[in-house]
Design a protein around this ligand. Structure first.
Ligand SMILES: Nc1ncnc2c1ncn2[C@@H]1O[C@H](COP(=O)(O)OP(=O)(O)OP(=O)(O)O)[C@@H](O)[C@H]1O
Length: 223
């Protein structure tokens, strides 16, 4: 790892999807560099390629050409889950685990994570409290609303303090009352050193960014 390199660096990313009705060239030489402690929001109309971009940055999809570097190192074949956490629109909570178990999972699996149960419990409790979902701690994802699941999935994504956090529309299912807690947590993650990238249509999220970029015609431009 190179400490002076950007936490995440995308170079000349190109991605084309093939459809019977014609190919879609979603990314056309996209460049992005995000440093530790920086919160960058990505705007762009629906279908512009924000989710496709996050999939490439998180290692869940491969570009046709170009590279993604994490702290100067190329992404490996396996998603670097304990370095880079992804909160996709589909959330991906483990349905057979409780809310608490979901949020604790990255802490338990991370080789550098806490070992003591008390430490794991405290981190999970702090996150669930902060997001207003502590009362749901012992329920399963299928027993809570989608907006509550979205907050639980965010808690899980940040619990092990990843170096890079990629989130796709993290406020899309939330009411106005739940959004400030999510904004505070995203901001705090960045302030504690995570490079945070948020794809969003939500102006409230853009308002807490250090930098805003817009995806259009397959490339990013500063807003
Ligand atoms: N796996 C795929 N196969 C084929 N086409 C795809 C695939 N994933 C995305 N696309 C197409 O790529 C384009 C970008 O999709 P993407 O989901 O990244 O947009 P988005 O900016 O995230 O949209 P939204 O704001 O609605 O979530 C769209 O035209 C979409 O139909």
């Amino acid at each position: 790892m190179n400490a002076s390199a950007p936490a995440l660096h995308a170079l000349d990313l190109r991605r084309r999807f093939t459809h019977p009705s014609g190919d879609v060239e979603v990314l056309r030489g996209l460049e992005l560099s995000v440093h530790a402690g920086e919160l960058v929001t990505v705007a762009g109309r629906s279908g512009s390629g924000k989710s496709a971009l996050l999939a490439l940055l998180g290692g869940f999809d491969s570009p046709d050409s170009g590279r993604v570097l994490l702290a100067g190192q190329p992404l490996g074949d396996a998603p670097p889950w304990h370095t880079c956490a992804v909160l996709p629109q589909a959330l991906g909570l483990a349905t057979e685990l409780t809310v608490t178990e979901n949020v604790a999972l990255p802490l338990r699996l991370n080789p550098g994570g806490p070992r003591a149960e008390s430490e794991i419990d405290a981190r999970v409790r702090e996150l669930l409290d902060g997001l207003g979902v502590a009362a749901l701690a012992d329920r399963y994802p299928g027993e809570v609303s989608f907006g509550q699941q979205q907050r639980v999935a965010l808690a899980r994504a940040v619990s092990a303090r990843p170096k890079v956090l990629l989130t796709d529309e993290p406020t899309s299912h939330l009411d106005g009352g739940s959004i400030p807690a999510v904004l505070r947590l995203l901001r705090r993650c960045a302030d504690e050193g995570t490079a945070v990238i948020v794809a969003t249509h939500d102006e409230e999220v853009h308002a807490i960014a250090d930098r805003r970029v817009r995806l259009a015609d397959g490339v990013l431009s500063a807003v």
